[in-house]
Design a protein around this ligand. Sequence first.
Ligand code: GUN
Length: 282
Amino acid sequence: MFKIDGKKTAATLREKLKKKISELKSTYKAIPGLTVILVGEDPASKIYVKNKEKFANEVGIKSEIVRYPNTIEEKTVLNKIKELNEDSNVSGILIQLPLPKHIDKRKIIEAILPDKDVDGFHPVNVGNLSSGYDSMIPCTPLGCYLLIKDIEKDLNGKHAVIIGRSNLNGKPMAQLLLKENCTVTITHSKTKDLRTECKRADIIIAAVGRPKLVRGDWVKKDAIVIDVGINKTDSGLVGDVDFDEVSKVAKAVSPVPGGVGPMTIACLLSNTVECFKKTRSN
Ligand code: GUN
């Protein structure tokens, strides 16, 4: 078994982006810009946003964070998005989730121009991805996909089992793997026999938020196992996969931390560069 090194793969991707951004700077006399909107005081969100800013600056992306208190009116956020949509210095807009309950997440996501939607959450991007057209791709599944492709170039006919059907991870992950001619099973909380489903998989992607759910005897020999889970427990941060058990049977397993997490941020930077190119070519 080998331990997938998400930190290293993400660092390689960031190096490539740094070069690309420096070329874009010479061509367009401008650099990609990413604006993150953070509403409220969610501690995890604050850490994510800080990391996003740090790595954006490192590769040469101009990063800005717009902070609002928890009590902010929806209209104020919508007006800000309108302003950012019209600002040619802003290539990508990210609304950090979760949002407070009084703000309609759907309305907010739909207010972002699809070409500035670095998260790939806008229905236009979701539709394009599921139709197999060019689209912005959500950062976490994109990161998982790149990790898988790094191990196995040819995914034709592989059976992939995804645990979790969220719009952020499970559903877009399925689309990416279908494009690679995988046979995809999406499982969820109502799935009858999760273990049996997993046992058939060549590739497992666990994105469900249940600490160490995937055990060693759920995994076929030489499967690839990608762990998207980030669960806070009394014994620290753990994923959705029992790493010690699964690493005894799998070909490759991504650890938590140090697996998917760094790739998600690197893919956000990559998506910002994609948005920059889209807004320049229009
Ligand atoms: N909160 C947790 N994950 C994400 C993500 O991928 N994008 C955004 N915008 N917020 C998140």
